[in-house]
Write a protein that binds this ligand. Structure first.
Ligand code: GLA
Length: 393
């Protein structure tokens, strides 16, 4: 199994900072990635989600510049970004690649406080990128808390999360919900975040790592959210909601309806929209059951919600793929697995399996074999622990 040594990363980004920009980075910050236990595609439908920040994420070394320039480097990606702040408009520029996430946050901060200082930053991650563990939210949140500290704006964590979310939604253009940025910015050690996205309101619910291990299984299938059907799903849900409002009753969010409402809309909605809505409505039931189970440490019942959630995202929501179906089926067939499902948006990337303690290594071996035989690809496996929140290091 791949266990990345993360303790070297802060040193590595500081060292790279010295080489690239000279002198010392004034400050270093960390923001975690996340997995989502249950509540797939509910955040942008006004529903509940249950993300858990993990002990991996993204590190940044940062310093402000008084000439308005923005200079970004990554330990993992060659593309260097050197631009003038005055070149930054309201939307992402595809030439800036990964840099659009921190630039989007900087742009939101500039609009908010009216300061034009630029910044230079080196980024390092011990989280697989673009694979469903929310590396983009982690870079947004790390940049937001860094700029907040350097500008001395003292934003609340919820404002940090919303600033980061606006960068992704408004600047980068992915019509995602608030889950990832809230999970990263508001995480509390030893807990998962039960987030009611319509509020937003949240509660921290304990997660016991000695009762349940989280195995992350990376299909290695690339997944580029803005190029996949993600925005299509958002649009389909909006249409389903409009139809329900017009034909059944007027509720604020799609997640507020129930199966009887969907039945009443029969004939007004095509079969695809009906399935999208059915996923949303039934997933709300799974999250309620999942949270109740988690509160009493019943990981078996929680695991069954993951299995059912995966089926629903695969059949009704159609955001799974062969690789994610095979890897989760193979996990379910192993001893010691409570449940498994894709995590993040789907379309590729990672899945998770909740395992009894000490079972994860054997599960990874068995699943890896099945996956190799079927796809001739080495899937990646990692046991992630419940992480703490974002902050300065
Ligand atoms: C992506 C989005 C989130 C959420 C999930 C699906 O990770 O960024 O806002 O919609 O997909 O649950």
């Amino acid at each position: 199994m791949n266990r990345t040594a993360s303790h070297g990363l802060p040193d590595a980004i500081r060292e790279r900072f010295r080489r690239e920009f000279g002198g010392n980075a004034s400050r270093c910050f960390f923001a975690p990635g996340r997995i989502n236990l249950v509540g797939a595609h509910l955040d942008y439908n006004g529903g509940d989600v249950l993300p858990m920040a993990v002990d991996r994420g993204l590190y940044v070394a940062v310093r402000l510049r008084n000439d308005g320039r923005i200079r970004l480097r990554s330990l993992a990606v060659d593309r260097q970004i050197d631009i003038d702040g005055t070149d930054v408009g309201q939307r992402a520029n595809h030439e800036w690649g990964w840099g659009n996430y921190p630039i989007g946050v900087w742009q939101g901060m500039r609009t908010r406080i009216g300061r034009e200082d630029g910044f230079e930053m080196v980024v390092g991650a011990d989280l697989p990128m673009a694979s469903g563990l929310s590396s983009s939210a982690a870079i947004e949140v790390a940049t937001a808390i860094a700029l907040d500290a350097l500008y001395g704006t003292k934003l609340e964590r919820q404002q940090i999360a919303l600033l980061a979310h606006r960068a992704e939604n408004g600047f980068v253009g992915l019509r995602c919900g608030i889950m990832d940025q809230f999970a990263s910015a508001l995480a509390k050690p030893g807990h998962v975040l039960w987030l009611h996205c319509a509020g937003p309101r949240f509660e921290h619910v304990p997660f016991d790592p000695s009762a349940c291990e989280v195995l992350v299984m990376d299909t290695k299938k690339p997944r580029h959210l803005s190029r996949t059907g993600f925005n299509d799903r958002v649009a389909q849900c909006a249409t389903a909601h409009e139809t329900l409002r017009a034909h059944v009753r007027d509720l604020p969010h799609l997640a507020d309806y129930n199966l009887a409402d969907l039945k009443a809309a029969h004939g007004a909605m095509d079969e695809v929209l009906m399935r999208r809505a059915r996923h949303v409505v039934t997933e709300m039931g799974r999250i309620a059951t999942g949270v109740a189970a988690l509160r009493v440490g019943d990981y078996q019942t929680l695991g069954r919600q993951l299995d059912a959630s995966h089926r629903s995202t695969s059949v009704d929501y159609e955001v799974s793929c062969d690789e994610l179906d095979v890897i989760t089926d193979a996990a379910r067939a192993c001893d010691g697995v409570f449940g498994a499902r894709l995590t993040g948006a789907g379309f590729g990337g990672c899945a998770i399996a909740l395992c009894r303690p000490l079972f994860a290594t054997a599960v990874a071996e068995q699943v890896g074999k099945v996956f190799r035989e079927r796809f001739r690809v080495e899937a990646g496996f990692d046991v992630l622990r419940v992480g703490g929140g974002a902050g300065e290091i």
